[in-house]
Design a binder for this molecule. Structure first.
Ligand code: MCN
Ligand code: CUM
Length: 772
């Protein structure tokens, strides 16, 4: 089925945040810190205030007077809305101007005079905990260092014992650099505060409108029923639109102060410099195995850079997200991870960029380290993986770090990827090319993800349980509307949720309207990220439709004058068992539910239902990826020649949409593996602040993707579906890096860190794999 939303998008009729125009609307611009770490001595706003088009200038001091200078982050830290005492990263919000138009607001920023007293910045995560490192978070009472949190999982002693018994131990330092989701549409909001009835309407680029509304209620002390958050069409999120940004809060304050609607819309550089980054993990991976390639244990030690404020988005019990799945798809004896997270003078975030809470880092670690082991054992990387896979009869499988993989059948997926790739033939081609001095590499990665957060008994964000509401209403004429708490940013929910409901109640998808993104129109739920829409809201949609069908069955029994047990469902109609001519359609039932005439005893009129679905477990999709690269030995330029992706996301709702999701994620992976990095100089200047410096892949850098699939349904999901929106971003970087390292075997390279730009590959070829 083609996407129902596309006629609107393809004709330029999408309605994005910047399309919101309200009468009398003013425009907000944010003054940002030019430096990474400095004390604010003074701010002079008088010249800006005198600008004829300026309506308000607000500083941190003004906000402090309202108790709004600081806001909670999604991970129980606090973040400055506008800096009061110090600036803690380059690009931090210092003041804002509200003016009659966008240009005047920007011009007035230049009239604000801030005097900074420079402080030494903390940039290198490795020295952030040194005794003499300046303390970044002196706003936190009693804070005397830059320590953010420590976290561990697994069994250290059992892992130690397994390592002691191993024939072979391999360790490798691996960095997953800071990257940025860089959605096509930047972040923004329009706030409209009605002073008379105290109602706030906020249009914002939010992936989670309900969660945001509750947080505004808590932060600003506004009554929740008077706040309406609307996410219009969103031009890509990729995790970037999960956090609450100071700009959203500023627009609210701007509207309260001026009594007018206020729009804030970031430019590209603001988005790259100040909004949620991803990754930034410095990892040491260790793997222990027997000589014949049985993996015994995996151990890792991680240093995590969280920037100036811990703005990570993850369920609160998981400070390092779902990094705990770092044991991958392998049946091992023991595992242990220790992580130290620190503050640095960099933008806050730690959002997952197209990955369910740090799973990308985990998969990258295990898939790199397994390849290092294959090299050490001189074993084929595919054979090593297959030998260690969790077997089908072991599911549900409890990992050594406590995750329960719901289902999986890994080897067929791996074999399908090998079949499409022509794996053996590729290896032969590679051998020939090596003889001729050509650099061809074949990289393999196999991943298991944990998506669909999550069971409310152990998952919440700031106390909000991760269950999703869903409502289905069938109108008298048999058309329907399904109301979701999740919010599409391009994933095609208007199509796929209509398909889920259609499958259950037999109303054609075209007759089912999907409503989302408006807290006044939809039931509560935690939003779209961590590929949770299908696992959680998708389940809710299926179950709410079954509830409606159950009621329809009772009404049908009255219409056909038989007992409920004597009815058969035939996708779209009920008929009397054994007599298909005695039937009523769902449309006829809908009319009866709303119309004249008797209904069976105890049945209320109407045909609708509502549900709040609390998932029993996460879903665990998996996939096998094979990448083929060629490297120019003269320039060290990597070309991805082929990429084969075989994904298993259980029951597939819309194969075309899945394919689109996979294509997008694979393209992300090429970006991360070969091009993208948010780097900083030693003064804390962000070196990735524009798309001239932060390189994202285009059609030129990517091959024709070759996709395939297997289907291993989730046993606990009502239709067996698992999430897929992030699978390809998770699985592709290790496949590409493994391919590059494989190509560099003639140079004896075991590892090189992303992004594998020509200069890094060149360095690796010269025996200098660790970037300075
Ligand atoms: N789907 C399906 N069958 C399945 C699983 C999914 O047909 N077994 C369909 C779904 O119905 C949905 C799409 O695939 O239309 C993605 O579903 P799902 O895996 O549940 O992920 P979400 O809808 O929750 O989307 C979130 C995910 C995340 S977290 C990021 S990040 C990401 C991604 O989606 N951001 C995206 N894909 C994106 N795609 C676009 N265009 N834009 C983004 O910002
Ligand atoms: Cu993991 S980025 Mo998505 O979860 O919005």
């Amino acid at each position: 089925m083609l996407r129902k939303e596309d006629p609107r998008f393809l004709r330029g009729k999408g309605h994005y945040l910047d399309d919101v125009q309200l009468p009398g609307m003013l425009h907000l611009a944010i003054l940002r810190s030019p430096v990474a770490h400095a004390r604010i001595v003074s701010i002079d706003t008088s010249a800006a205030e005198a600008h004829p088009k300026v309506k308000a200038v607000v500083t941190g001091e003004t906000l402090a007077g309202l108790g709004l200078a600081w806001m909670p982050t999604l991970s129980n830290d606090v973040q400055a809305v506008l800096a009061t005492d110090k600036v803690r990263f380059q690009g931090q919000e210092v003041a804002f101007v509200v003016a009659e138009d966008r240009y005047a607001a920007r011009d007035a920023l230049e009239l604000i005079d801030v005097e900074y007293d420079m402080l030494q910045p903390v940039i290198d995560v490795r020295t952030a905990l040194a005794d003499d490192a300046p303390v970044i978070r002196d706003d936190l009472e009693g804070k005397t260092n830059n320590h953010c949190f420590d976290w561990e999982t697994g069994d250290a002693a059992a892992t130690e014992a397994a390592f002691a018994r191993a024939d072979v131990v391999v360790s490798q330092d691996i960095v997953y650099p800071r990257v940025h989701p860089a959605p096509m549409e930047t972040c923004g909001s329009v706030a409209d505060y009605d002073r008379i009835d105290g109602r706030l309407t906020l249009w914002s680029t939010s992936q989670a409108p309900h969660a945001h509304r509750t947080l505004y209620a808590i932060v600003a002390g506004l009554p929740e029923h008077k706040i309406r958050v609307i996410s219009p069409d969103i031009g890509g999120g990729f995790g970037n639109k999960v956090p609450i940004y100071p700009g959203y809060v500023c627009s609210i304050v701007g509207s309260i102060v001026t009594g007018k609607p206020v729009k804030w819309m970031e430019d590209r550089s603001e988005n790259l410099v100040s909004t949620g980054f991803a990754r930034d993990y410095v990892m040491r991976g260790e793997i222990a195995a027997t000589r014949d390639g049985k993996i015994l244990a995996i151990r890792t030690n991680v240093l995590a850079d969280h920037g100036a404020f811990n703005g990570t988005a993850a369920p609160v019990k998981y400070p390092a997200g779902f990094f705990g799945v770092f044991t991958g798809s392998y049946d091992i004896e023991a595992a242990y991870c220790h992580m130290t997270a620190v503050y640095t003078n960099k933008a806050p975030g730690g959002v997952a960029y197209a990955c369910s809470f740090r799973i990308t880092e985990a998969v990258y670690l295990v898939e790199r380290i397994v390849d290092c082991l294959a090299l050490e054992l001189a074993m084929d990387p595919v054979a090593l993986r297959i030998k260690n896979f969790i077997q089908p009869d072991q599911f549900p499988y409890t990992t050594k770090t406590g995750w329960v993989y719901d289902s999986g059948d890994y080897e067929p997926t791996m074999r399908e990827a090998m079949r499409i790739a022509g794996y053996d033939e590729l290896r032969r081609e590679q051998a020939e090319k090596r003889e001729r001095g050509e650099l061809m590499g074949i990289g393999v990665a196999f991943f298991t993800e944990a998506v669909g957060a999550g069971p409310r008994k152990d998952m919440d964000i700031l106390g909000l349980g991760m269950a999703d509401g869903c409502e289905l209403r069938v109108h008298p004429t048999g058309k329907a509307v399904v109301r979701l708490s999740v919010q599409s940013q391009g994933q095609g929910h208007e199509t796929t949720f209509a398909q889920i409901v259609a499958e259950e109640i037999g109303i054609p998808p075209a007759d089912i309207d999907v409503v989302h993104g408006d807290t006044d129109q939809t039931p509560f739920g935690l939003g779209t990220y961590g590929s949770r829409s299908t696992p959680v809201s998708g389940a809710a949609a299926a179950l709410v439709a079954r509830k409606v069908r159950d009621k329809a069955r009772i009404i049908a029994s009255g219409m056909l004058e038989v007992s409920v047990a004597d009815l058969d469902w035939d996708k779209g109609s009920f008929h009397v068992k054994g007599d298909p001519t005695k039937a009523v359609t769902i449309q006829e039932i809908a009319m009866r539910a709303h119309g004249a005439g008797d209904l069976p005893d105890g049945v209320e009129g109407g045909l609708e239902a509502q549900i709040c679905y609390n998932p029993e477990n996460l879903t665990y999709p998996h996939g096998a990826y094979i990448c083929v690269v060629d490297i120019d030995p003269g320039t060290a330029q990597v070309k991805v020649r082929r990429f084969i992706a075989v994904d298993d996301c259980g029951t597939r709702i819309n194969p075309m949409i899945i394919e689109g999701q996979v294509h997008g994620g694979l393209t992300d992976g090429v970006g991360m593996a070969l091009m993208e990095i948010i780097a900083f100089d030693e003064d804390g200047n962000c070196l990735g602040g524009s798309l001239m410096d932060y390189l994202i892949p285009t059609a030129l850098e990517v091959p024709d993707w070759e996709t395939g699939f297997t289907v291993t349904p989730s046993p606990h999901h009502p239709i067996g579906a698992k999430g897929v929106g992030e699978s390809a971003t998770v699985g592709s970087p290790p496949a590409i890096v493994n391919a590059v390292i494989d190509a560099l075997q003639p140079y004896g390279v075991r590892h090189a860190d992303m992004p594998l730009t020509p200069s890094r590959v060149w360095d690796a070829m010269q025996g200098n794999a660790t970037p300075p």
